[in-house]
Write a protein that binds this ligand. Structure first.
Ligand code: CP
Ligand code: NVA
Length: 305
């Protein structure tokens, strides 16, 4: 049976930690410029229904470093679900490529793609979640902290795809996770209920940023309007202003708290220049680790490690 990477919820704690072992090994090899062509002769289609910098660059470069080949399919190319039915394109690509990465709008679409594809499918973001991002995020935290003991992560802002993946992660690895959002912009209720039912982490939903960041080890934020929500941007900006991560707010977190952002950042909106450019910010380590973690996911799904 082929395995996909669609949600952290589909992976056990041991599987997640194994992926991190592989990540470390591949990252070390990459740093040493040591060849690691584990996917020689293999190819990956990358379907993008939304824009991307990091996801495209990190997957395409990562597949190259693994000795394989990655094809970029832009939003104009396939017209997934419009020009062509998902179940058809899933079966067609499965005849050409060994693995698929897709960034789509509806989460139901990636589930359908994975259902009909006979090769593994990796989720490169949907409206619901962004699992590769949060895997890279927690890997980055582990690099900086070595363990997760008493880790408090505070996500400030929209209860969006990235927030939902953090909640899914908290169902697997122990932490104190706080999602601090304005009323009406909380994360997915079903995901929250599932994660709390696992009794692995303490998960709080708060609406006051100052009390939320108290004792935080990690202060995380993301854009106020995600891709696809551009028409709501002006309205959201008014609502989210009190949720800006700025130096005044950071004074309430631990002095050595890390600042994280999945990027792209809207500097001056959800995060100020002085915070994202501060010594506490690990956003570029986070961005780099997208590639190393995703390479681990690819080699695992292709049974190469
Ligand atoms: N963080 C992230 O997924 O970035 P892109 O949208 O640029 O791929
Ligand atoms: N929440 C953002 C994440 C971008 C990587 C979006 O979906 O646009």
């Amino acid at each position: 049976m082929k395995k996909d990477f669609l949600s952290i919820a589909d992976y056990s704690k041991d599987e997640i930690l194994r992926l991190f072992d592989i990540t470390k090994e591949l990252k070390d090899k990459t740093r040493r410029k040591e060849e690691h062509h584990l996917c020689k002769g293999l190819s990956m289609s990358m379907i993008f229904a939304k824009p991307s910098a990091r996801t495209r660059i990190s997957f395409e470069t990562g597949m190259y470093q693994l000795g394989g080949y990655a094809l970029y399919l832009s939003p104009a190319d396939i017209g997934i679900g419009a020009r062509e039915a998902i179940k058809d394109i899933a079966q067609v690509i499965s005849r050409y490529n060994d693995i698929i990465m897709a960034r789509l709008f509806a989460h139901a679409h990636i589930l359908e793609l994975a259902k009909y594809a006979t090769v593994p499918v990796i989720n490169g973001l949907t409206d619901y979640n962004h699992p590769c991002q949060v895997m890279a995020d927690i890997y980055t935290v582990l690099e900086h902290r070595t363990n997760l003991n008493d880790l408090k992560v505070v996500f400030i802002g929209d209860g969006n795809n990235v927030a939902n993946s953090w909640i899914n992660l908290a169902a697997k690895l122990p932490m104190h996770l706080v999602i601090c959002s304005p009323s009406g912009y909380e994360p997915d209720a079903g995901t929250l209920q599932y994660a709390r039912s696992q009794s692995i982490s303490t998960i709080e939903i708060l609406s006051d940023p100052v009390s939320a960041v108290k004792d935080a080890d990690v202060v995380y934020t993301d854009v106020w309007a995600s891709m696809g929500q551009e028409a709501e941007a002006a309205k959201r900006k008014k609502i989210f202003i009190p949720f800006q991560v700025n130096s005044a707010l950071m004074k309430h977190a631990r002095k050595d708290a890390y600042v994280m952002h999945c990027l792209p950042a809207h500097r001056g909106d959800e995060i100020t220049d002085e915070v994202i450019d501060s010594a506490q910010s690990i956003v570029f380590d986070e961005a780099e680790n997208r590639m190393h973690v995703q390479k681990a996911i690819i080699v695992k799904l292709l049974n190469k490690m």
